[in-house]
Structures are given as structure tokens and as C-alpha cells.
Write a protein that binds this ligand. Structure first.
Ligand code: C5P
Length: 404
């Protein structure tokens, strides 16, 4: 199992629950936030307590739940001040239609809305995860209130769409706990690629021999998918062209699935001129069978082994690097030895400004990797870490190298 992303390490989150059936997801959310390294202080409205008990939330967060501004446990009787000064963010999940209306109006008649109004706006961000019936979500008053809350500095996460507890289908579902946790992690990442378009290739390619067989390789796509997530977290608009892999698409990333190197090439080339960054992590097959057998190649009992002619695949990275208007190009070199040497050779041969070297057999399919960055300035090793941490480091390195 992969290690949890510790993207909230050292963060203190006030998790507010207002009334809604989605409160059941907030129990899981506390656990997700904890796994991501955060400490969590739960605050519940009276309505929330009709859906889930403070006992459950206390047990999961490891802290007494607060629900009243008159709570005598606060020595200075100022829970709203204490809570909003300690927090790195306030996340209200679920945020009901009524609660959002209160935020839009700046009302403060119970602890949760009170501490939202009392928070120092520039230091303590407010994130709202709406959860309500689709008609309530679409109601002009709700939309007006959401727009007002956003204008006043709140960030809205979701809502998602799909089956609702009321039996209807549409917009208004609270995002799932893992999605909300990922959104919060992304929220805290520095927006180093804000406004930039980033195109990434990932995974292996599959070069068909006949309708059931083909040539491929052991690339899992994990590094490329991690870079897509890290670039998106950094504020980029990300397109991920993926070979055949079994990985979920990172949130807010546009994914284009392809199979062969030629398909990957044909998906990438028209997009490339409009991008600021191109990161080629895909392990593209160098060759493909020269012809595709229409039917499965069968054994004929003679023990004769079929042989194949191979044709060379287009080099996607080199083709992008040759474009008259080209993005900043980053290549990968998965080698079995002499990583830095081979990476530098690729830097020159493909005419790209940055090659990221790694040991192919040691990293394929794994969650950890070690990288060496090779560019005109020299070689720099990025020590072993999980692929998402490495991807965030690489995004920083790329952002530093972009023309201002
Ligand atoms: O050509 P080679 O495999 O040595 O270089 C690896 C780098 O080039 C990787 O960034 C890979 O994604 C990219 N590449 C490509 N198209 C190919 C072969 C490799 O984009 N046909």
C-alpha cells in the first residue's frame, strides 16, 4: 500500500460541521486529515449534532468537540477567538445552504459562524464544502450567497454531482473525504505555476502485434501522474496524455488516454505549441511491429517461431523540442546504469534544457524514486523520496527555470 501523502504535516485545521446528511462523510474526513499529518479541532452546529454525535467526532479527532460560544472549558470564554487564531484554515464540511447564507451575511449567532467572522481573513482561510439537495444548490439565493462568500474571500470546494440522499440526482453532493483532503493539501501548495499550461506524457505505450498481443514495458505511470498532480496543485492547467495504466486521474487534470507511441505523438503534437511546459515521463516504446496482423497469430504445429520486422516510433520529446514555438521541455532518462552520463547525452541529442535521470528497473512500479537533474548548469541529485514529494520538488525546479 502506498504511503499517505503528508501534505498537511504541521497544519492545524478547524473542521466545522453544519447540518446535513453528509455529516457521515465528515467522520472519514477527520481520519483523512489526520493521516495527511494535520491536527483537527472539530466544531459542530446544533443541527450537525442531529446527524452525527460529538462523541464520534471526539473519538476520531482525539479532541473534545466544541459547539457553543458559552463553553465554560475555554478559560477566557473566547472560543471563537482562540479557535480562529490557532487554525491554519477553517474547513466547513458539510456547509449547508443555511450556513452559507449566514457566512454571506456575516451573521454570528452560534460558535461556528461566529469564529468564521472572527477569523483574521488574511491569515486564516475559510473553505466551504457545500452539501445539499440539487434544487437547494441551484436556488438563486444559494448561488448568490456562494458568490458573496467567495467575494468575501472564502474558497468553495465542490460540490460534486451524482446520487443524493433524497433520491434525486444532480449537483450538490459533498465531495468525498479523500477528495476534500486532496483539495486542502492542494490549497496549501505554493502556486508556482499559476496560469501556466503544462502537458505531460506518462506510462508505457503498447505496440500491437496482433489483436491480442503487443510489445510494452513495465512503466506504471506513477511518476508522470504524480507530476500532473503536483503541477495542478501549483496552479497549472494540466493535460496528461497517458498510455495504458491503472491509475486514477489526479483532480482537475484533463486526461487523454492513448495506447501506441504514434497515438501519443498525435495527441501531443497539436497541443504542444500552446503549452508553457512539456514533461515527457512516458516510457515510449522505441519500436513497433512493422505490420499489424489482422488476426491472432496461431501456432501451426511446425514449431516455427514467427519473426517480426520492427519500425522506429516517432520521438515525441524530440519532435516537440523541434517546434518553432515550443514549451519548456523536460525529458526523463530511465537507465539501468550511468544515469547522469546517459541523461546528459539525451539532453544534447534531444536538444532539451532539462533531463531527469532515474534508475529504470529500480523505480518501475514503485512509490519511491531517486532523481538526478541534468541541465546546462550541471548535475543535481534529489534524494530518495516518494514520487509525489519528488514531483513537487521537480515542479519547483521547473518553475525556477521558466522564463519570467
Ligand atoms: O529516447 P529515450 O528513450 O532515450 O529518451 C527518453 C525520453 O524521451 C523520455 O522523456 C521519454 O518520454 C521521451 N521519449 C519520447 N518519445 C520516444 C522515446 C522517448 O518522447 N519515442
Amino acid at each position: 500500500m502506498s504511503k499517505p501523502d503528508e501534505g498537511l504535516a504541521g497544519r492545524h485545521i478547524v473542521l466545522g460541521l453544519s447540518g446535513g446528511i453528509a455529516c457521515y462523510k465528515s467522520a472519514e474526513l477527520v481520519r483523512e486529515l489526520g493521516r495527511a499529518g494535520a491536527t483537527v479541532q472539530v466544531v459542530m452546529t446544533e443541527a450537525a449534532q442531529a446527524f452525527i454525535t460529538p462523541v464520534t467526532m471526539q473519538a476520531l479527532s482525539g479532541r473534545p468537540v466544541l459547539s457553543s460560544q458559552w463553553d465554560a472549558r475555554e478559560p477566557n470564554s473566547m472560543a471563537h477567538i482562540n479557535l480562529s487564531r490557532e487554525a491554519d484554515a477553517i474547513l466547513v464540511a458539510p456547509a449547508s445552504a443555511d450556513f452559507i447564507a449566514k457566512i454571506a451575511q456575516g451573521r454570528a449567532d452560534e460558535l461556528l459562524s461566529l469564529l468564521c467572522v472572527a477569523r483574521p481573513i488574511d491569515k486564516c482561510p475559510l473553505l466551504l464544502a457545500p452539501a445539499m439537495n440539487r434544487e437547494m444548490w441551484l436556488h438563486p439565493a444559494t448561488q448568490r450567497n456562494v458568490a458573496q462568500a467567495v467575494a468575501d474571500g472564502a474558497t468553495v470546494l465542490g460540490p460534486g454531482e451524482g446520487d443524493q440522499a433524497c433520491g434525486e440526482i444532480g449537483d450538490g453532493r459533498m465531495l468525498e473525504a479523500t477528495e476534500l483532503c486532496d483539495e486542502l493539501i492542494a490549497f496549501f501548495q505554493p502556486k508556482l505555476l499559476a496560469g501556466q499550461r503544462v502537458l505531460i506524457t506518462a506510462g508505457p505505450t503498447f505496440e500491437a502485434i496482433d489483436p491480442v498481443r503487443g510489445i510494452t514495458n513495465l512503466s506504471s505511470g506513477k511518476m508522470g501522474f504524480a507530476i500532473a498532480r503536483a503541477a495542478q496543485e501549483a496552479g497549472a492547467e494540466v493535460t496528461l496524455v497517458a498510455g495504458p495504466v491503472h491509475l486514477p486521474t489526479p483532480r482537475h487534470v484533463r486526461r487523454i488516454d492513448v495506447r501506441s507511441a504514434q497515438q501519443m505523438h498525435d495527441a501531443v503534437l497539436p497541443l504542444a505549441p500552446s503549452q508553457q511546459v512539456f514533461v515527457a515521463t512516458a516510457a515510449v516504446a522505441d519500436w513497433r511491429p512493422a505490420s499489424l496482423a489482422e488476426h491472432k497469430i496461431k501456432k501451426d504445429g511446425t514449431h516455427r517461431v514467427p519473426s517480426f520486422e520492427l519500425s522506429e516510433n516517432p520521438d515525441i520529446l524530440a519532435a516537440v523540442a523541434r517546434l518553432p514555438v515550443r514549451p519548456y521541455c523536460v525529458g526523463f532518462a530511465a537507465e539501468s546504469q550511468d544515469v547522469a552520463h546517459h541523461a546528459r547525452e539525451k539532453l544534447l541529442r534531444k536538444n532539451v534544457p532539462l533531463i531527469v535521470g532515474n534508475l529504470g528497473p529500480a523505480t518501475f512500479g514503485r512509490d519511491d524514486n531517486t532523481l538526478v537533474l541534468v541541465d546546462a548548469a550541471g548535475d543535481r541529485e534529489i534524494p530518495t523520496a516518494d514520487k509525489l514529494s519528488l514531483a513537487r520538488t521537480l515542479v519547483r525546479e521547473i518553475a525556477d527555470r521558466l522564463p519570467t
